[in-house]
Write a protein that binds this ligand. Sequence first.
Ligand SMILES: [Cu+2]
Length: 107
Amino acid sequence: MMRLLTALIVTCAIILPASFAFAEEYTVSQKKRRFDPKQLNVKPGDTLLFVNDDRYAHNLFTDSPGFEFDVRKQMPGDKYQLKIEKRGTFEIRCVIHPRMIMTVVVE
Ligand SMILES: [Cu+2]
């Protein structure tokens, strides 16, 4: 029993850091009709937390192939968490403010 327990602890000590320890959360502010930052380099497993720091509504969407999503309306103060699943590059835009563009590179 003790040997099994030791084996389990050793296994967890080796496997857990490799799968979880390096996942990061990045906060992206939507302020003054801009994304801040405008570009992020991330890894699969990371999350992006979008925060509407403006006094008016925004939207988040991408039509980059393979990454499509659409957060219809994001009111002031609203947060949206996007989990990064796979590698590639995609552009996030706001349908209300066409100049709002951000690039996410997943490598
Ligand atoms: Cu907007």
